[in-house]
Design a protein around this ligand. Sequence first.
Ligand SMILES: O=P(O)(O)OC[C@H]1O[C@H](OP(=O)(O)OP(=O)(O)O)[C@H](O)[C@@H]1O
Ligand SMILES: O=c1[nH]c(=O)c2nc[nH]c2[nH]1
Ligand SMILES: [Mg+2]
Length: 159
Amino acid sequence: MSTHRYHQHFTVSWDQLHRDVRELCHRLIERDFKGIVAITRGGLIPAALIARELNVRLIDTVCIKSYDHMGQGGLEVMKGVDHDGDGWLLVDDLVDTGKTARKVREMLPRAHFVTVYAKPEGRPLVDQYLTEVAQDCWIQFPWDMGIAYVEPLVDQVKR
Ligand SMILES: O=P(O)(O)OC[C@H]1O[C@H](OP(=O)(O)OP(=O)(O)O)[C@H](O)[C@@H]1O
Ligand SMILES: O=c1[nH]c(=O)c2nc[nH]c2[nH]1
Ligand SMILES: [Mg+2]
């Protein structure tokens, strides 16, 4: 995979992310979970917000790395869990190609797997997601961005 597969950006603000996670929680409220397994690092923030809404205190992690910015490398599992996910909620920020999700599903086949955003290739691997995003769209998360000064238009155009 290379950066060339992404032709659009979908920028998510902290506010938007918070609203989206809360909406996802509305759809999970009828279920009871033993705990939450967050897929690091992207799943940590949605997992914390979900834990707050659903009053879950037991939180574990699967530590996994596959992307270095937009380039996807080999998949490295740095930490697993010692159960099959039965009764647990498994959380990631998004599914893209589904490579991460496929690996984690193998590790926790009985978990209920949710993501906030899902692209078509990865979508069949999750049990629930909130928003579908085009496959060629890079989701820009708020933790990867900063507030920067923007020059007034007249200075950009007329200088
Ligand atoms: O469906 P895929 O093509 O596998 O991509 C989705 C995964 O990629 C990102 O994680 P990344 O490996 O970049 O690590 P991070 O969560 O630490 O940012 C994202 O958080 C998902 O876990
Ligand atoms: O910040 C991210 N945005 C994405 O669209 C994406 N796809 C895989 N990994 C990703 N990370
Ligand atoms: Mg991740």
